[in-house]
Ligand binder design. Structure first.
Ligand code: BCR
Length: 290
């Protein structure tokens, strides 16, 4: 199964190189890729959260789970509506932690574990944001003017890299170098890509696919004889519900919004489903290691 993760990462690198060599400034390439990655791995990787809690969940407990999930979504929506800037900071912090966590799925760490997750995720996210800071600023302009932060990027990139590197070496004295080599090489590549392409490749192949693999390993003994088919089948209902819900909201607001506003709204919608997902996934991963 590890080969799927490596295969995904190689596919991510190949797509990035193909884009840089042949498709620069061709938005259709980017949008098709974003759509395909979101629908095939991005959204589905969160759709089994209920089974990660309890693979044999009863109908009654499923209803309770959905109730809790939707409550977190509604509370976070209220935070976005009342105080968008702190809601954005919370989203970025949660995302950095959650993305960082998925770099250590197969190499568990113990020393300042949460700080290591946060710094690793901060490094990758800041590389992606500051690699195309004009686009980042444009999308965020609906919340605040990020342009004064343009010169701050390298401090964050180098600061998060150096501090994450120290922690990774301390945590993995014999296995630190693949992590650091990946940070340097992928950091360089993501920095060259346009914002959304860099983000979707990182999200799809460095986060969602490896997470899905861990989910599959944890659930496969409960999936009967056709494990892969059952796994995919179980992802369909909540993936479908989330895609339809988000698409309906974007469709309603489409005629009166600019592309940047729609992209920002899309990320706000993703943040809403990501909040409970991050919570449940963290619980699942931490209990798995205990
Ligand atoms: C179970 C369930 C369900 C489902 C779920 C799901 C399906 C989930 C998913 C989940 C997911 C799918 C998650 C995700 C995550 C993601 C993230 C975490 C992201 C992040 C991002 C960011 C951080 C961004 C940033 C940016 C950019 C990139 C550009 C510019 C701007 C900004 C800065 C915003 C429902 C609800 C139906 C119901 C109940 C139960």
């Amino acid at each position: 199964m590890r080969s799927i993760e490596y295969g995904g990462k190689l596919a991510g690198i190949a797509i990035a190189l193909v884009y840089l060599c042949f498709f620069q400034d061709q938005p259709v390439f980017e949008w098709v890729l974003i759509g395909v990655i979101l629908i095939t791995v991005g959204i589905p990787h969160g759709s089994l959260d209920h089974l990660l809690q309890n693979p044999k969940i009863s109908n009654k407990n499923l209803v309770k789970f959905i109730g809790k999930y939707l409550t977190i979504i509604l509370v976070y929506l209220a935070v976005w509506l009342l105080v968008p800037f702190p809601a954005l900071l919370a989203f970025l912090g949660m995302s950095a932690y959650h993305f960082g966590q998925s770099h250590f799925l197969r190499t568990p760490i113990w020393h300042l574990k949460k700080t290591t997750y946060l710094l690793t995720g901060t490094f990758y996210l800041s590389i992606i944001f500051w690699g195309d800071f004009a686009a980042t600023t444009e999308i965020l302009s609906g919340i605040f003017d990020a342009s004064p932060l343009a010169g701050f990027g390298w401090y964050l990139i180098i600061g998060s890299f150096v501090s994450a590197a120290v922690l990774i070496v301390r945590n993995l004295p014999n296995k630190w170098w693949p992590h650091l080599a990946e940070m340097i090489l992928m950091g360089y590549l993501f920095y060259q890509l346009p914002l959304l392409l860099g983000f979707i490749l990182y999200f799809g192949f460095w986060h969602a696919l490896p997470s899905m693999q861990v989910e599959y390993s944890a659930l496969k003994q409960h999936l009967g004889s056709q494990q892969l088919k059952a796994f995919v089948g179980k992802m369909i209902p909540f993936t479908g519900a989330s895609i339809l819900g988000m698409a309906a909201i974007l469709f309603v607001l489409y005629p009166r919004s600019s592309t940047e506003e729609l992209i920002l709204l899309f990320f706000v919608l993703v943040s809403l489903i990501s909040a409970p997902h991050i919570w449940y996934m963290n619980h699942f991963l931490e209990s798995r290691e205990a």
